[in-house]
Design a protein around this ligand. Structure first.
Ligand SMILES: CC(C)(COP(=O)(O)OP(=O)(O)OC[C@H]1O[C@@H](n2cnc3c(N)ncnc32)[C@H](O)[C@@H]1OP(=O)(O)O)[C@@H](O)C(=O)NCCC(=O)NCCS
Length: 279
């Protein structure tokens, strides 16, 4: 296969504006006194409804403002919307309400003309927000558009992790992503499951993708699965059980079809040892 590293691009003419905008957000988020709901509201107001900047309260209350516009303006404030995880019985409301404004900003940005496909700004914004939403995030987190979380606060992420577009990271029971993990487009990583008899009987289990794991396009990893170091889940596979280090598992249910040629010679044996240690 040809070696095709990413191309460096010259900065956009508006790079200084982007730097200033992100710098202001960085400062506001670093200040513990910042009201995150207002920060989210005012940030979205500037981007989406600039004519109402400085007069949000007045416009929402004004019967002369079209009814739908009043509603749309109101919805910029995360206190006026509900997100699905808030309804979950195991939602820690104190923790979730702290991160909810940032999740709402993240999801809403992705649906604006300025967001979505715009890689540089989007990646930098999401990296900033992840630092205030996740339990832990390492260096160079790179996340593309339309990624969704359950709680967000149950995410533990290592260095140089890449999450591509339209990925679902259901961190209800917790998700751990090791260093250099890559999750491809439209993949789903779950950490909760339901009893087949009682829908409200929910089991949470932390799902772990160890260092250098790749979960490829449209694949699904079920709750509690541990994908070992350098393991790979093939396109459209459903990983229902653990994936051994350096193994490539494909299909439904995903089964090993090969061991990567870069596996250490004792790769098979290391699995048992690593699992026994709880790695
Ligand atoms: C998992 C994958 C990498 C395997 O590639 P590979 O090591 O070259 O393996 P092969 O193509 O030789 O396939 C081995 C066997 O598994 C089957 N197979 C491969 N991928 C499969 C998949 N996603 N689902 C079901 N079966 C699959 C092949 O048909 C082959 O079966 P056979 O031995 O009966 O002919 C690849 O098929 C895949 O799913 N790629 C996704 C895209 C990708 O590369 N993403 C990386 C970026 S993160």
């Amino acid at each position: 296969m040809p070696h095709l590293p990413l191309q460096p691009l010259t900065p956009a003419p508006s790079a200084a504006l982007a730097d200033a905008w992100l710098g202001r957000l960085t400062e506001r988020l670093a200040d513990p006194a910042t009201d995150r709901a207002l920060l989210c509201r005012d940030t979205l107001l500037e981007l989406a409804y600039p004519t109402y900047v400085g007069r949000w309260d007045e416009a929402v209350a004004d019967p002369q403002t079209p009814l739908g516009t009043r509603l749309a303006l109101a919805a910029l404030d995360p206190r006026n919307v509900t997100l699905e995880p808030e309804y979950y019985g195991d939602c820690d409301q104190a923790r979730f309400q702290r991160v909810k404004p940032l999740l709402w900003l993240w999801y809403s940005f992705d649906r604006l003309p300025i967001g979505g496909q715009a890689v540089d700004l989007g990646v930098r914004l999401r990296r900033l927000l992840a630092g205030h939403v996740f339990a832990r995030v390492g260096r160079n987190f790179k996340c593309f558009q339309h990624v969704e979380f359950s709680f967000g606060y149950q995410m533990e992420v290592g260095d140089d992790v890449v999450v591509h577009r339209h990925v679902l990271l259901d961190d209800r029971g917790g998700i751990t992503l090791g260093d250099r993990v890559s999750i491809s487009d439209y993949a789903n990583i779950y950490s909760h499951t339901h009893s087949i008899v009682e829908q409200v009987d929910v089991t949470n289990a932390r799902t772990v993708l160890a260092n250098d794991v790749r979960v490829t396009y449209h694949a699904t990893v079920l709750a509690g699965v541990h994908v070992g170091e350098n393991g790979m889940v093939g396109a459209v596979a459903v990983a229902t059980k653990d994936v051994r280090p350096y193994h490539v598992n494909v299909g439904i249910p995903a089964k090993s079809v090969r061991v990567k040629p870069n596996a250490p010679r004792d790769g098979e044996d290391r699995l048992g040892t690593a699992r026994a240690r709880g790695d």
